[in-house]
Design a protein around this ligand. Structure first.
Ligand code: ATP
Length: 458
């Protein structure tokens, strides 16, 4: 089953996953807020990444760098000169488009990486390319547009005070390379991981939370000895692939995309994307895994005058490590996990909407239902809820029929519902119901905590 964009957007709003930002003022394009269920789910996506990338390993450490960095960082990284998208404006509608998207939307030409002149020529000559808004064919010349958000530090808006909101988290890692090396006992090969906000003034944001101007990134720079980089790149391609599968994504909706050599970013020797087949956008990037070579460390050495090298003690030599970078975004990943899990099904003549999220990603791990609002059933249910709630987000629901309560939790993606009924008073057992199979098992109250733990981590 594939779900439409409209359906997922309205579902996310109705159930409190994602809201349009500033909605009471009419909303602002391409900004979204994560509601009570959304914030839990996105946190789970980030926690799973962190757990897998940092906590489960002894060769990766974490970092949380500032969003506003020294402006020279962006000269060194190449963002001031080259972090551009190609912009074209339609004279008939006044609308602006990303030129590569305009060309690719109307033709079979792969426009990524073409120069402004080449794109202008194609748009002028190829009659199939029309303004999607009004069908017009009167376009300006294509020109590069820098995606970085500019701001000023301090009270004076002058050239010297220009600063940028970071367009990627990676540079905070490269600039802290030496700090981490000097303060933690890491040895090459090792990685530094970071999760945080990034900002890009995208020309055409869209597809809900897939492309926004403010978003989060999860990036890890893994430093290796030159010569071993290709092997490590393969290793991380595998690791990252396995991560998605371990969280239950349908492998048929996942593929690798190898960037053609001639279209690689200025810093990259090889880049492979993990793509998801979105029903409304087709195959689209969830994350890129790049071999950034020694480009960034060398550039920062050049621009800062600080030597960013690694001293290999056993071999008594210094070198500049190569970097393998898995770079993904939790917002995009969350959209993929949501779309992948969204299911409408008919069960015994009744339809239900259920989010078949992996328990680790589910916003609420379990819901406790007392069959009656009165004591002693409700007292026992409360006690169970209080006992469980510190471990995970747990819901307590005593409103309406059990059937309705199940449906509410199915939609929220809650994998397990625990019901305290009248028999519980005698046998000290409760029922755990599985969201996907709807099968129920009867478990002693004192075993619920352990049982949930094994079901969730399983
Ligand atoms: P695209 O080609 O879609 O613009 P990109 O190749 O520029 O993406 P990277 O620079 O490789 O993206 O960034 C790494 C990750 O950060 C992406 O795979 C994506 O998950 C996330 N990301 C990048 N831009 C955005 C955005 N505008 N909105 C949401 N997530 C983003």
């Amino acid at each position: 089953m594939s779900v439409s964009m409209e359906k997922i957007v309205s579902f996310c709003k109705r159930r409190g996953f994602i809201f349009q930002s500033s909605e009471i003022y009419g909303g602002i394009r391409s900004s979204y807020d994560y509601g009570p269920l959304g914030v839990e789910m996105k946190k789970n996506v980030k926690d799973e990444w962190w757990r897998n990338t940092v906590h489960m390993r002894d060769d990766v450490v974490g970092l949380d760098a500032a969003i506003i960095m020294h402006p020279r960082v962006w000269e060194a990284s190449g963002h001031i000169g080259t972090f551009n998208d190609m912009l074209v404006e339609s004279r008939t509608s006044g609308k602006r488009y990303r030129a590569d998207h305009l060309i690719e939307g109307a033709t079979d030409i792969d426009a990524e990486g073409l120069s402004a002149e080449e794109m202008t020529k194609i748009i002028r000559e190829d009659e199939r390319i029309k303004d999607p808004a009004d069908g017009g064919r009167d376009f300006t010349e294509v020109r590069p547009f820098n995606l970085m958000f500019e701001t000023y530090t301090g009270p004076v808006k002058s050239e010297e005070n220009v600063a940028y909101l970071r367009p990627e988290t990676a540079q905070g890692i490269f600039t802290n390379f030496k700090n981490v090396l000097d303060t933690s006992r890491v040895k090459v090969p090792f990685g530094i991981a970071q999760i945080g906000k990034s900002f890009r003034n995208e020309i055409t944001p869209g597809n809900f939370i897939f492309r926004t101007r403010e978003f989060e990134q999860m990036e890890m720079e893994f430093f290796v000895e030159p010569g071993t980089d290709e092997e490590w790149h393969e290793y991380w391609l595998e690791e990252r692939w396995k991560w998605y599968l371990s969280l239950g994504i349908n492998p048929e909706n996942l593929r690798r995309y190898e960037h053609p050599k001639e279209k690689l970013s200025h810093y990259s020797k090889r880049t492979v994307d993990v793509e998801y087949n979105f029903p409304f956008a087709g195959w689209s990037e969830l994350e890129g895994i790049a071999n950034r070579t020694d480009y960034d460390l060398k550039r920062h050495t050049e621009f800062s005058g600080q030597r960013l090298e690694y001293f290999d003690q056993p071999n008594n030599r210094s070198y500049v490590p190569y970097t393998i970078e898995p770079a993904g975004g939790p917002d995009r990943m969350m959209l993929a996990f949501l779309v992948d899990a969204y299911t409408e099904e008919e069960i015994e003549g009744e339809s239900r909407t259920v989010l078949k999220l992996h328990p680790r990603l589910a916003p609420i791990k379990a819901a406790v239902f007392p069959l009656s609002k009165k004591a002693p059933v409700s007292t026992v249910a409360r006690e169970l809820y209080d006992d469980l709630k510190g471990d995970y987000r747990i819901a307590y629901d005593d409103g309406g029929s059990i059937g309705r309560r199940y449906r509410r939790q199915d939609e929220a993606g809650t994998p397990f519902c625990v019901t305290v009924d009248f028999e519980t008073m005698d046998d000290k057992k409760v029922t755990i119901r599985d969201r996907d199979t709807m099968k129920q098992e009867r478990v002693p109250i004192e075993a619920v905590r352990e049982r949930l733990k094994s079901l969730i981590s399983g």
